[in-house]
Design a protein around this ligand. Sequence first.
Ligand code: ADP
Ligand code: MG
Length: 694
Amino acid sequence: MAISLDTSIQFIKGVGPKLAELFSRKGLKTVQDFLEFYPRSYEDQRQARNISSLKPGETVSLKAQIVKVASVPLGKSSKRIYDVALKDSSGIIHCKFFRVPYKGYFERFTPLKEVRVVGEVKDYRGRIEFHHPDIRDIEPDEELQDQLIPLYIELEGTSSNKIMKLIRGALDQVDLWPEEKFPSFVLKKYGLMSRKKAFYDVHNPAMEQGSEFLNFQAPAQKRIIFEEFFWLELFLAAKKTGLQQERGPVIQNAGIWVQEVLKNLPFKLTNAQMKAYKEVEKDLQGPSPMNRLVQGDVGSGKTLVCLLACAQAAESGLQSCLMVPTEILAEQHFKSTQKFLKSDIRVALLTGKTKTSERRELLKKLEEGKIDLLIGTHALLEDDVQFKNLGLVIIDEQHRFGVEQRGTLKVKGKNPHFLIMTATPIPRTLAMTVYGDLEVSIIDELPPGRSPIQTRVAYQSKRNQAFDFMRDQILKGRQAYVIYPLVEESEKIDLKNAVEEFEKLKTQYPDLRFGLLHGRMKPFEKDEVMEKFRNQEFQVLISTTVIEVGVDVPNATVMIVEHSERFGLSQLHQLRGRVGRGEHKSFCILMLGYAVSDEARERVEFMEKTTDGFKIAEFDLKMRGPGEFLGTRQSGLAGFKMAHLVRDFSILLEAREAAFEIFKKDPKLKFPDHQALKTELFKAHGPAALASIS
Ligand code: ADP
Ligand code: MG
């Protein structure tokens, strides 16, 4: 039979039913899946090194002998570190594994066995070591001359070498290659080889391209990475082009209500706030609906920008809604509207705790158009929340939501305007992928008079000092937060931590007034605690991360985070943003747990170096990958098999440019050269992807 990329993997020579079953469990079902099982790295055997010559930071390959495999418990937790010691004639190096690659992985490493290793040399307290290197057995039939060998992730006992042979076999067997889908100008402009050749080359790398392959800069890798980014960007370009052709509610008025809000403010908008608002205003008055993301660091004053937009919509007789991730934040925004908006803008609050009778009445008013701005949590998404003429949708702290919610709110109006706000500064890479169909405004300035928050990382031995410092500040009239992590799998333990510490601190500092806040409390209990903290009945708020986003109590100047190593940096940045919101100098103390790896400590220490949320976000993306920013699974990014958002940024830019250029020349994809693109969009995203552009 003729073999194409869609053929089942079991028809590849050497893949019997048993292997096919195992591969299919790993998601490799078709020949294409198999060809896209790209090498994780390459071993350049010409460059094999002696252990004694290794320097931190290099990625190297070497041949060595197993000395010993040990496993040591990690701190008090149930986790273990595996340590494989290797030696050659020049010295010894340890390979550390913080998780087991697969069951039985370490069993085959018996002392004296010869292995080949590829990995990045790390510096651990002045000693070199590997973390999660590729270690593989030297096979008896291995060729003696030096080669550039692709290394694959081993699949439960199927060695990298065997996988390499099977994939090379598959490449030879395919006789029906699909036609080129890229328009010829794209191939030419970006110097891309054919996909077929790219597949062939990544699995059969040429010796002389050794260092290029190792650094993901070989032409074959570029074609594959470009292609992965390109399909995502093409979809975003289609979406954006479609949106530009929609007609939204037109907001044309003199902006008198906006002027009134501005006149009554106790302060002046910063230039950055004003600039962002001007961009929003222009969108609102344009013919197509606004789709704008406002990024601004914590405390930059995003709320006002969105309230101005609401005032503008209300003046034109359109309704707005503002969705936020937590009840605390919904309450707080509601209070802001009372402070800043004129009283004839009718504002209502809808959360999970709104009473049934109250809710019924509220929904009725909403349908009759007697509410101008509805503020709420996820409760806004419910089916029976219906507007008379929803013209503006605002989502605050967007990173806490998935992308789907935008769709749910969109159908509650007729092509309403969208304003999306996030305080987690998003690295440019993510702004171009996940949010690639949006216009972006950046508020890159804080209101005047804020002095930078002083940040210190502290070990447990300095704990009392940290809390004494907090007490000093409180005696000066300030307030403080103490935060405990809450991770799902051990929610109970963590909860106990916060509650226990609360009791302990109360006895240790009987002169201070402590409040406790955690996710298991009922909404009204949370509100009560927050209210008491706001009016200074409580001086210290002990809390799990429920306060992470948005909370604004300007008198609080000390933030202590326990087990800070368990947080993502962007989350720490958010937490730190709870202080430094008023005129007083603020402090953030990041406590480390007892058993903390050097890597984790270094990561947290980055917080001492900068308060620039964008720098922190970039660093975090590099260290922990995009999951941190996206929280829930977000469409598009999960599909990358080779592309890497940080490493391949320049290719991302090219792919984005190509995709948008295509739509600029041919907004409805009518050119013959673009038909394959249309088919692909349809295959990947269904009729919706094309509906808007046809
Ligand atoms: P975020 O961007 O984190 O959502 P907020 O909108 O909560 O920030 O604003 C933070 C604090 O700064 C609030 O107390 C707000 O009233 C205040 N604020 C906003 N804009 C200004 C300004 N231009 N000058 C002074 N204070 C401001
Ligand atoms: Mg906010």
